[in-house]
Design a protein around this ligand. Structure first.
Ligand code: FES
Length: 248
């Protein structure tokens, strides 16, 4: 072997998705994946929805799911893995039945996001990225979820829980552990759990308009403008586009 010959040690490495859980991907799932692929002019654009679908079936992006995506889209498993490992919403290990997120980006951090995350970690006995031994809860540190007007926020299966405190988090976790119906201040009244994943994949469950979509904090500026009779300035008239000018 020459000094410059490449030697791979990946065969010896522990694979990040070394989970042996069987896949639930069946003919129905494959048909749904093909349907997603057919929705886009370039079928490859369907990869992220397809990965959400895989996750809804297997609780993670499984090897079988990666292979199915690659086969349907005509791309390599390395390309599928590249996307699946880039986005944090795609998990390579099974998450909990209730996936908890705590935002610690700027505004949530200023209003107690880090304290909240620390509290939830101690309460559940797990760190971020981990799942409780009974499989009930998994925990994730979130980047800004564009809900800063309700900081600090937690999410339960991607539904917002606004203006959280450690005490409110304790009550929420107790309710979830007891299997109680949990009401979100905005969005669907009861978080969908893993059932949210097919919705993210693009299969409508008809619940998009359940519950209020905007909270009081978000609407305060609109109300203030109405009270004062303010309105946005009229848009300036646009001149002809460069293409229109050239055509003259
Ligand atoms: S900083 Fe937490 S939602 Fe924006």
């Amino acid at each position: 072997m020459s000094d410059h010959e490449f030697v791979s040690h990946f065969d010896d490495a522990v694979r990040i998705d070394a989970d042996e859980a069987p896949t639930g991907i069946d003919e129905t799932t494959l048909a749904e994946m093909r349907e997603l692929a057919g929705r886009y002019p370039d079928s490859r654009s369907a990869l992220m929805p397809m990965l959400h679908l895989v996750q809804s079936v297997d609780g993670r992006v499984s090897d079988a799911g990666v292979r199915a995506c690659a086969e349907i889209l005509g791309i390599s498993t390395a390309q599928v893995n590249g996307v699946a490992t880039f986005y944090t919403m795609f998990k390579r290990r099974p998450g909990g039945k209730q996936h908890i997120g705590v935002c610690t980006t700027a505004l949530c951090a200023v209003l107690g996001g880090d304290i909240l995350l620390d509290h939830v970690e101690r309460r559940l006995g797990i760190g971020e990225g981990e799942t409780t031994p009974d499989g009930m809860f998994s925990l994730e540190r979130l980047e800004c979820n564009a809900a800063c007007d309700f900081a600090p926020i937690m999410t339960v299966n991607w539904e917002f829980m606004d203006n959280m405190t450690p005490d409110k988090a304790d009550r929420l976790l107790d309710e979830l552990a007891a299997g109680d119906v949990v009401r979100t201040p905005r969005g669907a009244p009861n978080p969908r759990g893993r059932a949210a994943a097919p919705v993210l994949a693009g299969f409508d469950d008809g619940r998009a308009d359940e519950g209020p979509s905007a909270g009081e904090s978000s609407l305060r500026g609109v109300e203030c403008a109405r009270e004062h009779g303010w309105s946005a300035p009229a848009e300036p008239a646009l001149g002809p586009s460069s293409g229109e000018r050239e055509a003259r």
